[in-house]
Design a protein around this ligand. Structure first.
Ligand SMILES: [Cu+2]
Length: 195
């Protein structure tokens, strides 16, 4: 083999290796840098919510007063400003969900078998979900007791971000659609499908 041919072969091998490194590097980089972001949103108005429910219930600069919130829930059984964004999504195995609470109140990200009520009885009643989902609450002496926090029942405080489950894990099994409500505001619902 001539020196020229050898040089050409070595050069092309090096180029292929560089290409492979760049490709695999960029693939893992894009997978790591594009988690599936779930936003938890509301528009609670701090002065009126904190006066009605208690100090620290609501922070931020939301514009929907407590009275308007209750009136809307009574009439419509839902308040649109309290929602997950997106409300549904399809994710690849290995995708890590990021839970961003951009609202002024706490919300939960809770896996349930079936949608139902949460652990706040008045909000269950007004939203037309009288029976709590067992993954949200147990009933003890007629009182709703929230289920403790766990990897499938994640409480996200206002203005904070938490790591959620990974698609393909038992919480978000592959080839299935998983139902996820907020156990405080049971009309807040989303569905995640893992490919
Ligand atoms: Cu909520």
């Amino acid at each position: 083999m001539s020196k020229g041919k050898l040089f050409a072969i070595v050069t092309s091998l090096v180029l292929i290796m560089v290409a492979v490194l760049v490709l695999t590097g960029s693939v893992s980089l894009s997978a790591a840098s594009s988690p599936f972001v779930v936003r938890m949103l509301d528009q609670c108005n701090p002065p009126t919510f904190n006066a009605a429910v208690g100090p620290g219930t609501c922070i931020g600069d939301g514009t929907i007063t407590f009275n308007h919130f209750i009136a809307t829930l009574t009439n419509s059984h839902t308040v649109g400003a309290w929602h997950f964004d997106p409300a549904d999504g399809t994710v690849e195995e290995g995708t890590v969900l990021t839970l961003e609470n951009r609202g002024g109140e706490a919300h939960t990200f809770t896996k349930v078998a079936n949608f139902g009520g949460g652990f706040v009885a008045p909000l269950n009643a007004l939203s037309g979900n009288p029976v709590p989902a067992p993954e949200c609450a147990t009933v003890a002496f007629g009182v709703l007791v929230p289920k403790p926090e766990s990897p499938s029942n994640i409480f996200v405080e206002a203005g904070t971000t938490e790591m959620g489950p990974t698609a393909g894990s038992p919480i978000l099994p592959s080839g299935a659609t998983t139902r996820i409500p907020c156990c405080i505001h049971p009309w807040m619902r989303m569905e995640v499908t893992t490919k």
